[in-house]
Design a protein around this ligand. Sequence first.
Ligand code: HEM
Length: 498
Amino acid sequence: MGLILNDTYVQFAFGSLIILISFILLRRGKHLKLKEPPLVPYKYPIIGHTIDYYKDNKNFIKSCHKEYGEIFSLYVFGRVITLVGKELSSEVFRNHKDFNFSEATSENFPLNNFLNRPQKFFNMLPKVVQVNLSGGIKLYTERVQRQLIKSIDEMIGNGKVLEPPLKFFQFIIAKPIAATLVGEELSNDKELVKSFANAATDFIPFLAVPPVLSFIHPYLHKQLMIIMFKYLNNPFKIHRELIKKKIVSVIEKRLCEMKKTGDNYISPIDILQQYIEILHKDYTIDIDVITDYMIITIFASVHTTSNFLTFCLYELVNNPQYHEELLEEQEQLYKSNENPYYSIEQVAKLRKLDSFIKETMRVNANYVSLQHKTLSSYFTFSNGYQVPKGRIVYIRTGEIHSDKELQGQNADEFYAFRYLKKSSPVTRAEKGFLLFGLGKHMCPGRQFAINEIKVALHYLLLNYDIKKSNSEKIKPKIYGSFKFPSDEGLIFVKKECK
Ligand code: HEM
């Protein structure tokens, strides 16, 4: 009886709490009278546009755009979201004090809460990546090639069917990233590289929980994720502990050397050393803080890079008409090289490969992405429409990436050398290519990522005939507005030794 009573009380208290929170949150933002973008009408209260948005995102968004124009709002999973296209997207990127990407991302993926850190914990990362990783790319070029060759050899060797390929490419990409982040010695530790490869994807079960509570209020779903993360058995915690255990002795040894040798200390070249130098006080450091910086750097780098390397290989087997020309470019570089590894300038000469990667990214971008949270009390777009504080504004990336005015008449086709004549490398900031965002917060790791993808494709093209098992085009997996590489196997046949 006591138990039933307790249960009833708990349910009552929880229910009241939900109503109270929803009431408070719904009331907020109702004080301002704004000229909001048109809210597309919907049939079912509470559910709003959720089903249409997830069932056939591409066509649903297309039809809304056709009917309501450049800016409109939808009601999805309990909240109003606003979507902009090619005319207004640059206003979102340009006004970085009014809109913020990481604040919006943390609503669906609260990594800061998972790690128990304030949101501003992440502020240091972009500069470290910009200055030390992309800025210092020359220092890492040789190391990345050495480790990539080793990991390709380990994972594919004399030939193999990779199924699903992404799992293999996560490992292939994780090893050179580990060599760059924590040094080459640690990148030989298979256990550590495994954690680098899997730390981000092991979050997927948490992200895949249907956000049913969001129908009451998105805040409740976020809290549920945080509670699940904290109290459920969670592989991510195992990766974090392992990474911490592996780097702690290296950090202690380096701090001891730094103290002993003072100005004569020769700093090892890796990102771990940068974090040590920024964070240590009198040669002591909070190991948990540096572990979490390492974790967020891994999160930003490994999955994104391996995902697009996988997309590139699917586009390669889907478009065999480009094989010969691409291979020719790789062979030319290979034959002209007198050193064991290429310089960054030599890699930059792979212009056909660069264009191929950019085209792959163009056609495989999510339909809707780059969510930005409105930070100011409201924002007025140049066409007069206004959005209130807290509103998440999304960019219709797919539409921009297939816009005929921006991409040319054959925008619906895969044309590998689209960017060759335009002299428009994949890392360049431009309105019609948003894979890395735009403006102040544009991805600072893009030079590093593209260099790694390019070098990986170069070695794969030189050493393997890459095929698919049937003649059908392999399509990406689509969930709502997101595109993921297919799971279909790719066949790697080792070429005769040169
Ligand atoms: C193909 C691989 C990658 C893709 C597609 C990608 C994409 C993106 C995108 C779309 C953003 C948001 C930009 C915006 O707010 O406008 C971003 C931000 C960021 N990326 Fe990347 N990224 C990749 C690789 C990397 C790598 C290798 C690193 C290195 C650690 C990295 C570090 C970061 C950081 C630190 C930010 C936050 C920038 C800021 O808030 O100022 N990314 N990335």
